[in-house]
Design a binder for this molecule. Structure first.
Ligand SMILES: Cc1cc2nc3c(=O)[nH]c(=O)nc-3n(C[C@H](O)[C@H](O)[C@H](O)COP(=O)(O)OP(=O)(O)OC[C@H]3O[C@@H](n4cnc5c(N)ncnc54)[C@H](O)[C@@H]3O)c2cc1C
Length: 659
């Protein structure tokens, strides 16, 4: 029988044993005993906004990132936009509606209370960012403009062309820089957290590596906040930046933090298809394109075969022979169904042989109708940089006229296919965003908190900034309140020394293997296993096979890895090897969770559990819980702990995007 936990773990009283450490304690500032230090790991939208806010509130913040500048965090990749319930379009939006759409979009597997809070603060985020000078798109009359994203029938997505993440990050960075200048935030760029240090059951610091010198550094603080992003790169090929890794989260998991819902992985429907075996990255074409682009494959199998053979082009197929399958299957939401639904529908068509490129793994995203209706200038204003990005990669410009059939002008369509994009699972946190380790908090994509089994488009930025600007800075104080009398610990404590020694020993171990395979070659193989057995369609048999293959490959990693160089100075291969070690732990965790969840919901699709129409079939009677996993050592199956979900405001029902 699995353990059951509650979403609120009280911080608890200061343990008696704590007094033993008095000899090591030092006051940060003898004149002000109440000064408290917080480590924030990560400078993406979640980390930068949290560090800036905590600094502004008077805490001393140590803020680290692996890039050379906070502005290069993966968050800058976000293209499409950020949701808020402002209802500027007067289309019936409200806090409740955003809350409802998010819970429904997550296939009723999110924690209701968290999502309501998220919807409530969504509007504050927009005000905060406008005040920082974020150049959101505006209507001619000056109002902020909106567009629609999947899973919603209102227009509530605020955007800055196709660069929303970058502009938001510049806003957060400017706030962060103010606090750096004020001396409240100390920034450590090119520093990587290697381990969290637990003293007397509480997170009291971290071991970080200076990536340029290779030196290990100890940081202590009254609390640690992890804002280190998602684990999508476990699959090797994903839309994530190549530096994205889950090592910090996995280290916290190894030290006792529960990992929640790892099987909830989002596969985004509109990515540029894989085109060969030499790729190390996939490119997203923003979901915003589904506002004006229509997704289709040919109706006739012979047309699909001709497209695959290259003897026919998409623009030679007339309107009546096109199958706009999302509009056909989901008339109410059409091309704007949520990502999990759109991805599965694309896979279904391609599996049936209707794929439109030489691999048979692509569908069209076509702007002909909207360009004919609105004109190319309007479309370019909305998606200009995305069209240019697509052209740069594929040499096809989606705004180019291609053909005319029966008086209808056809433009060159994009080709797209689903790819790994976002991870809804993450470190388990309570309502206050505290993990199961007191004093350790997790925010942004690295926690599991708000998206259930499927995240709606433009909601990650909303959650990251809600956590960083409006939730964590307040909730962390409930924890810190009882810490004020206990100044931060010395980094001379044996716990720090032990953690540092273990990190050092791991680096030695990896360097000493001196086998024959590069990190990337093994990572690529892990990615194939993940995609094949733990990807879009999963089965119990496949998951078991995937786990077996992962164990074998992990052995290969442990015995036949080659890492050149030394641990002194910059050694990118060594850093990648550490990340890959943790991707193995993560991949197995995803598979264990997927195997334990005998139902389909959101991003977790078990082929055994589907309706006759191929829709996900949930089992609320048996799986209406957050699946939290506790680490039990390398190679061992982790233990499942359940947090039952409680819904008070929303009626749990089958998702319907048809009518
Ligand atoms: C191509 C693309 C487009 C997207 N578009 C949108 C969109 O339009 N709207 C939307 O809502 N969402 C979008 N998303 C999702 C969204 O961008 C991310 O979920 C979000 O930016 C994550 O922010 P974060 O702050 O949690 O993490 P990240 O931005 O990933 O930042 C992680 C930070 O942690 C640091 N870090 C990591 N590990 C360590 C370590 N061990 N030690 C020290 N520092 C570490 C990194 O240096 C970085 O600063 C998109 C995602 C992708 C891939």
């Amino acid at each position: 029988m699995a353990k059951v936990i509650d979403s609120k773990i009280p911080a608890g009283p200061v343990p008696e044993k704590w007094k033993e450490y008095k000899a090591h304690q030092r006051l940060v500032n003898p004149k002000n005993k109440l000064k408290l230090d917080v480590i924030v790991v990560g400078t993406g939208l979640a980390g930068a906004s949290a560090a800036a806010s905590l600094g502004e509130m008077g805490f001393n913040v140590i803020n680290l990132c692996i890039q050379d500048s906070p502005r290069r965090a993966h968050s800058i990749a976000a293209q499409g936009g950020i949701n808020a319930a402002k209802c500027y379009q007067n289309d019936g939006d409200s806090v409740y509606r955003l809350f409802y759409d998010t819970v429904k979009g997550g296939d009723y597997r999110a924690r209701e209370a968290n999502v309501y809070r998220l919807a409530e603060v969504s509007n504050n985020i927009i005000d905060q960012c406008v005040a920082q000078g974020v150049p959101f798109a505006r209507e001619y009359g000056g109002m902020l403009a909106n567009r629609s994203f999947g899973g919603a029938q209102v227009s509530r997505t605020f955007y800055a062309k196709g660069q929303t993440g970058q502009q938001l990050l510049l806003g957060a960075y400017s706030s962060l820089s103010c606090q750096v200048k004020a001396g409240k935030v100390k920034l450590y760029t090119r520093y990587e957290m290697e381990d969290v240090v637990i003293v007397d059951g509480r997170a009291r610091g971290i071991i970080a590596k200076d990536l340029t010198t290779g030196k290990l550094v100890r940081f202590s603080a009254n609390a640690v906040v992890i804002a280190t992003g998602g684990y999508g790169n476990t699959y090797f090929l994903s839309t994530n930046a190549m530096g994205c890794n889950c090592s910090a989260a996995v280290q916290c998991y190894r030290k006792g933090a529960y990992f929640a819902n790892p099987s909830y992985v989002q596969i985004h429907p509109t990515c540029i298809p894989v085109h060969g075996d030499k790729q190390s990255k996939l490119t997203l074409m923003s979901e915003s394109l589904r506002n004006d682009g229509r997704i289709w494959v040919p109706k006739k199998i012979e047309d699909a075969k001709a497209l695959q053979a290259g003897t026919k082009q998409g623009w030679e197929i007339p309107e009546e022979d096109r199958d706009y399958y999302l509009e056909r299957r989901y008339p109410a939401f059409g091309n704007l169904v949520p990502r999990d639904v759109a991805s599965r529908a694309a896979k279904e068509r391609c599996d049936k042989g209707f794929g439109v490129n030489n691999t048979g793994l692509a569908v069209f995203l076509d702007f002909s109708e909207s360009i004919n209706r609105l004109g190319i200038d309007v479309i370019m204003q909305r998606y200009g940089n995305l069209f240019e990005m697509y052209e740069e990669i594929t040499d096809v410009f989606p705004g180019d006229v291609a053909n005319e059939i029966n008086g209808v002008t056809y433009y060159k369509p994009m080709m797209i296919y689903p790819a790994i994009h976002y991870t809804m699972g993450g470190i388990w946190v309570d309502y206050e965003l505290q993990t199961s380790i007191p004093g350790l908090f997790a925010i942004g994509e690295c926690n599991f908190s708000d998206h259930g089994a499927n995240r709606l488009g433009a909601s990650a930025l909303m959650q990251g900034l809600a956590d960083g600007y409006f939730v964590l800075p307040y909730t962390i104080q409930n924890y810190l309140a009882d810490q004020a009398v206990w100044p931060k610990v010395s980094t001379d404590l044996p716990e720090f020394a032990e953690a540092e020694k273990a990190v050092d020993a791991e680096m030695d171990r990896l360097l000493k293997i001196q086998g024959k395979r590069s990190v990337d070659s093994i990572h690529k193989e892990l990615g194939h296993i993940m995609w094949e057995y733990v990807g879009m369609g999963r089965t119990a048999e496949g998951l078991k096979e995937g786990l077996k293959k992962m164990h074998e490959l992990e052995k290969e990693f442990d015995t036949n890895l080659f890492v050149p160089g030394t641990k002194e100075g910059l050694n990118i291969e060594l850093d990648k090897a550490i990340h890959l070690r943790d991707f193995f732990t993560m991949g197995q965790l995803v598979a264990f969770d997927a195997l334990s969840r005998n139902e389909s919901c959101g991003g977790h699709f078990r082929e055994e559990y589907q309706t006759e129409e191929g829709e996900a079939k949930r089992d609320d009677e048996n799986y209406f819980y957050v699946g939290c996993w506790e680490y039990k050592g390398k190679g061992n199956e982790p233990e499942l702990i359940k947090e039952p979900l409680e819904y008070e405001a929303i009626k749990v029902q089958t998702r319907n995007y048809k009518n």
